[in-house]
Design a protein around this ligand. Sequence first.
Ligand code: F6R
Length: 246
Amino acid sequence: MIKIIKAKDYNEMSRKAANIISAQVIMKPDCVLGLATGSSPLGIYAQLIDWYKKGDLDFSQTKSVNLDEYRGLSHDNPQSYYYFMNENFFKHININPANTHVPNGMELNAQKACADHEAIIQELGGIDLQLLGLGNNGHIGFNEPGVAFEKETHCVHLTESTIRANSRFFEKLEDVPTQAYTMGIKSIMMAKKILIIVSGEGKSDIVKEAFFGPVIPQVPASILQMHPDVTLVADADALSKCTTLI
Ligand code: F6R
């Protein structure tokens, strides 16, 4: 059963979700956080940075693994997820950079890059809390519709719709990488707790499909209905098509 927390807007969604992450770090300072990039978590990271600066949070023992990374982008490429995480979160808090793990986009041997990432998750003892955003087509991580549920970290070809959605961060469409390394559905489902955040009217249809529709590979996020500890924090616009269901 998915726990749904309603927020009135993006800011409230971010604050409520940040509270959940903050509680995790306070309860278990050496926890393993699974982190995401994209627009959705930016407000959470800003809030956590704020609480850290006020002295309310300490990340010195915390470890992190990230969901995904574009294949072929170097760490200093502003579009890489490595760069994103440093700019928007890591460099502003006291997490030890050695304890942060984004899949290695610079490792072009896909099999090795993915096996290495999966090995890191195992060595850390698994993910305590995995943060997820929801793609317009129901993807989580870069697990696009139709992908087998049992996959671990693997290399994917991005769909046309994801390339188009992500092109907003690039100068032109052709600059968007066509492949990425991503934790698979299986790796995500192994996390002890999952926190998924969704904001905006544009995602209202997919929220309904993912959390109230059938569990099918065509809607990758629908598998979360089978996880024992999932919290969805969503704003009123994102939940606008589910008002009769919750
Ligand atoms: C990001 C990720 C993606 C995004 C999703 C939503 O690491 O894995 O699945 O969470 O595409 O993106 P935004 O938040 O930009 O709408």
